[in-house]
Design a protein around this ligand. Structure first.
Ligand SMILES: C[S@@+](CC[C@H](N)C(=O)[O-])C[C@H]1O[C@@H](n2cnc3c(N)ncnc32)[C@H](O)[C@@H]1O
Length: 332
C-alpha cells in the first residue's frame, strides 16, 4: 500500500491483513472477552489488552469507529482554526493508534508519539502504521507509559485522548486532563456518546478552561454548558463503514454503523468557534427543516428554516448533526 494521507479505506486495508493467522474461533473469543471486560468494572489495575488476540480483536472491532469519532473532532478543530497545523502530537492511551491515523489524515508533517501501558497494543499499532506506508505514521514513536501521577507529558502542539477517560479512576482522569492541559497547545478529548461519557467530557472541559484554555468545539463558547445535568447529554454521530472483516468480528450484515461520541476541543491559541452547532439530526419536513442548536448567545435553541429563507433553507437541507450553523457561505 502506498498512500500519502490515510483515510478510513487505508485503515481498513491495513486491518484486513490482521486476522490472517488468527483462527476465527480465537478471534471471536477474544472479542467476547473484550466486550465482557469493557462492560465490567473499569478502571482496572492492569491493561485490558493483554495479548495479540486481544489487540487484534480491539483493532478489528473498535478501531474503525474510534478513528471516525476522532476524525470528526479534528474536522471541527480544523474548521475553527483553518491556518493551524500541529508540528508535534502526543496521543495518550493511544492503543493501536486510531487517533494517530486520524491526525495523519488531517495534517501533514507532524511528529507523533503514542503513549500506552499495553505493550501488545503498541506493537500492533506499529505494525498497522508500517503497513500504511504513510510517512507521518511510519515515523510515530510508540512508547510504554502508565497514566497517573508520574506521567510526564512533553510539550506538544496537539494532545489527543480518545476513549481513555472511562478506563481511569477519577483521580487518574483529573491528573491526565491537567497534564494534557499543561502540555498541549490544543487538546482533543473523545469519549463514548453516552450520558456518562458526556459527564466525563464536561468534567474535562471545566478543567481545561480552569487551566486557561478556550473551547474551540463543539461548543460555541467557553461558558457553562447550557444542558441541565441529568436531563440530556451532548453527543454526535459518525458513520463507520464496515468491512467484511468488521462484519465477521462484530456479527450482523449491515454495511455501516453509527458511532455515537462526545468530545471537546480546547486550545491555547485563538480560534473562531461556530456561532452555533447542530446538536441533533435535523428533521426535514415538507418545505422546512427543524434544527436543534447550541448557540453562542441564546443557549439551546430550536430554529425552523423554511423555503422562504432561500439559500439558508438549501444549506439547512444539507446540514448534518454536529455541523456548525449557519454555514459561512449561505446567504438568505
Ligand atoms: C478503549 S482503548 C482506546 C485506544 C485508542 N485511544 C482509541 O481511540 O482507539 C483505551 C486505551 O487506554 C489505555 N489505558 C488505559 N488505562 C491506562 C493507563 N492507566 N495507562 C496507560 N494507558 C492506559 C489502554 O491500554 C487502551 O489502549
Amino acid at each position: 500500500m502506498n498512500v500519502t494521507l490515510p483515510d478510513a479505506w487505508s485503515l481498513r486495508a491495513a486491518l484486513a491483513g490482521l486476522l490472517d493467522g488468527l483462527p476465527p474461533k480465537q478471534a471471536a473469543q477474544a472479542v467476547d472477552r473484550l466486550i465482557a471486560d469493557y462492560r465490567g468494572e473499569t478502571p482496572t489495575d492492569a491493561p485490558i489488552l493483554r495479548d495479540r488476540s486481544d489487540v487484534v480483536a480491539y483493532a478489528a472491532y473498535r478501531m474503525p469507529a474510534t478513528f471516525e469519532a476522532v476524525r470528526s473532532a479534528l474536522d471541527a478543530l480544523r474548521e475553527t482554526a483553518p491556518g493551524w497545523a500541529p508540528a508535534t502530537h502526543t496521543d495518550v492511551g493511544g492503543g493501536t493508534g486510531a487517533a494517530s491515523w486520524a491526525v495523519a489524515g488531517a495534517w501533514e508533517g507532524q511528529r507523533t508519539t503514542v503513549l500506552d501501558w499495553a505493550e501488545p497494543a503498541l506493537a500492533l499499532g506499529r505494525e498497522l502504521a508500517d503497513a500504511s506506508g504513510v510517512p507521518a505514521l511510519l515515523g510515530v514513536r510508540w512508547e510504554r507509559a502508565r497514566i497517573g501521577q508520574a506521567l510526564e507529558l512533553a510539550p506538544a502542539d496537539l494532545v489527543t485522548v480518545s476513549y481513555v477517560l472511562k478506563e481511569l479512576t477519577g483521580r487518574a482522569r483529573t491528573e491526565l486532563v491537567d497534564a494534557a492541559a499543561a502540555a498541549g497547545q490544543a487538546v482533543v478529548i473523545v469519549e463514548p456518546g453516552t450520558p456518562d461519557g458526556y459527564a466525563r467530557i464536561i468534567e474535562a472541559r471545566d478543567r481545561l478552561i480552569a487551566a486557561g484554555l478556550r473551547i474551540a468545539a463543539p461548543c460555541p463558547h467557553s461558558a457553562a454548558c447550557p444542558i441541565e445535568p441529568g436531563t440530556d447529554w451532548c453527543h454526535f454521530s459518525a458513520r463507520v463503514s464496515r468491512s467484511s472483516l468488521h462484519r465477521q468480528v462484530k456479527g450482523g450484515s449491515l454495511s455501516h454503523e453509527d458511532e455515537k461520541f462526545s468530545y471537546v476541543v480546547a486550545t491555547r491559541f485563538p480560534t473562531d468557534p461556530a456561532p452555533a452547532r447542530v446538536t441533533r439530526r435535523p428533521q426535514i419536513r415538507k418545505g422546512q427543516v427543524l434544527l436543534e442548536l447550541c448557540t453562542r448567545d441564546e443557549g439551546l435553541a430550536r430554529s425552523t428554516v423554511t423555503k422562504r429563507h432561500g439559500g439558508l433553507y438549501r444549506a439547512a437541507r444539507d446540514t448534518a448533526w454536529g455541523d456548525s450553523w449557519p454555514p459561512e457561505d449561505s446567504d438568505g
